[in-house]
Design a binder for this molecule. Structure first.
Ligand code: N01
Length: 483
């Protein structure tokens, strides 16, 4: 029986484990270092955290949910959806919660995992196939600001928010204006005494067309699942328009740019110029929001656009000489997305270290297979992020591809992608990305050297088509007949 290890029980890990089981592979183990499933939706508990992709598309095509309360549901609902999927797919028995995989080493015939269990116990276990599904946004980044270590107040990163933290009456400083900040700030504005938002780069935004799904709509969904399918398809076509804008289609770009400008014009008032982005739309993630600008205009909210120089005592010092005193400092400063699989140590054939292989930036054939690492297939690997549609769509494409790979392995052998195939794919990615909108600014899509390692350069449908069938010729002959 083919033994399969999946690392991570977020959207990616749950999808691949389910499709593998559905394809008849019973020996699947899902290692999850936390005590619950859910990935980013378990970890991000900051107020306002919600989906910014419409839920009909931000869910599995094979598990449409009739019960969403709204089009952009809050994180608790998404987490509950994922827990429900685990139950519905019967995956509970496969989960090893509280178990950290610290190292994965290819022995020549299998993957040997080093494990650190919930009670501090360590051990090893062997598997024929390894599927890391550790995500791209799991490692928070806190910038090195001089004096930050001695800040006199309380400090948190958005991804480390303590659900018990009460901001009532506090002076809150929020560093960053990405997707997390844009959700957090409006959500706490009603309680905080004062909020200072430190903006280094103004984001591009679009209106968030949220709407509640009432009881009648939910009942209809249950009675007529075709309605959910139609809603998903409609949402898909909407993201095709925004997607085309981001990948450079001139008409779509002008249309979406005009909507964004109109939103700023109507909602930002006197702040209009200070919140105008100075880079091409789509270079950083476009943010969906209905209340960001209105919140920034509130009398007790300050938008600070001068650079942060240092932190001393309870004050954040900025380049204009001002000192902004805060009781709570929130780093809404994002994630180390380009450091795939960190801190997991992965040793492939002949002892090669995956992070050495990736020293110039992560790459993988179709974002899934890395030469020298037989029988290892990545979920949400390099160059498979999308700035404009649902990553869940990509997860499903990867999971289906991995099922085919595991079938080939079960039929007798190893699968190791040809180095020249992976190199050619990587060259194509980098060639296409070199003329993409993402080269025009710094973002979590790029490494320090500027290489874009997270994003897929085209439309999602192209990714789906290219992963639909595993081409045996992409894999080394000979190694496929080990057994
Ligand atoms: O992080 P970010 P995020 N001084 O990296 C600023 C997903 N997500 O957590 O642009 C001052 O986007 C930085 O400024 P700049 C989504 O994919 C999804 O908000 O580098 N500022 C930027 O403004 C998203 O894209 C949902 O100049 C500093 C901010 O911090 C991804 O997560 C919800 C700074 C970081 O923005 C990450 O979003 C939430 C410094 N030293 C998040 N360092 C959904 O709803 C950094 N910044 C699905």
């Amino acid at each position: 029986m083919t033994r399969i290890a999946v690392i991570g029980a977020g959207f990616g890990g749950i999808a691949v484990a389910h499709l593998l089981r559905r394809a008849g592979f019973a020996d699947v183990t899902i290692f999850e270092r936390a005590g619950d499933v859910g990935g980013v939706w378990r970890d991000n508990t900051y107020p306002g955290c919600a989906c910014d992709i419409p839920a009909p598309l931000y869910s599995y095509s094979f598990a449409l949910n009739p019960n969403w309360s709204q089009r952009f549901p809050p994180r608790a609902e998404i987490l509950e959806y994922l827990r429900g999927c685990v139950r519905q797919f019967g995956l509970e028995g496969l989960l090893r919660l509280g178990t950290d995989v610290t190292e994965a080493a290819w022995t020549g015939t299998a993957w040997r995992l080093s494990l650190a269990g919930p009670d501090g116990a360590t051990g090893t276990a062997e598997f024929d196939v390894l599927v890391p599904a550790t995500g791209q946004l799991s490692r928070p980044v806190v910038p090195a600001i001089p004096g930050a270590g001695d800040f006199a107040g309380r400090v948190t990163h958005t991804a480390g928010w303590d659900p018990g933290l009460d901001v009532t009456g506090l002076r809150v400083g929020v560093i960053g204006t990405g997707a997390s900040a844009v959700q957090l700030v409006p959500a706490i504005a009603g309680r905080a005494a004062r909020i200072t938002v430190f903006q280094r780069t103004a984001p591009w935004t679009l209106p968030k067309p949220n709407r509640r799904y009432g009881r009648a709509r939910r009942a209809l969904n249950r009675a007529l699942p075709v309605l959910m399918r139609a809603s998903r398809t409609g949402t898909w076509w909407l993201t095709v328009v925004t997607g085309r804008a981001v990948v450079g289609h001139p008409v779509a770009r002008r249309l979406v740019g005009a909507i964004s400008a109109a939103q700023r014009f109507v909602q930002a008032g006197r702040l209009r110029r200070r919140v105008a982005p100075d880079y091409a739309m789509g270079c950083k993630r476009v943010l969906f929001t209905g209340d960001w600008y209105r919140t920034l205009r509130a009398p007790h909210v300050d938008l600070v656009t001068d650079d942060i120089l240092r932190i001393a005592g309870a004050g954040v010092h900025t380049a204009d000489g001002a000192v902004h005193d805060c009781d709570l400092l929130v780093y809404a400063t994002g994630f180390a997305a380009t450091e795939f699989l960190t801190p997991l140590r992965v040793r492939g054939r002949d002892g090669r270290d995956l992070h050495d292989e990736w020293r110039d930036g992560a790459y993988a054939h179709l974002g899934i297979a890395v030469p020298g690492f037989p029988n290892m297939f990545l979920m949400y690997g390099p160059n498979t992020n999308t700035g404009n549609t649902s990553v869940v769509y990509f997860h499903e494409a990867q999971a289906r591809y991995i099922v085919q790979a595991v079938r080939a392995i079960a039929a007798g052998g190893l699968l190791e992608v040809r180095p020249e195939v992976a190199a050619e794919f990587d060259a194509e990615m980098q060639r296409r990305l070199s003329t993409s909108v993402w080269t025009g600014c710094t973002s979590w899509y790029r490494t320090g050297s500027g290489r874009i390692v997270t994003n897929w350069p085209g439309m999602a449908a192209e990714y789906r088509a290219r992963t639909a069938r595993l081409a045996p010729g992409d894999y080394l002959a000979g190694v496929t007949s080990r057994r």
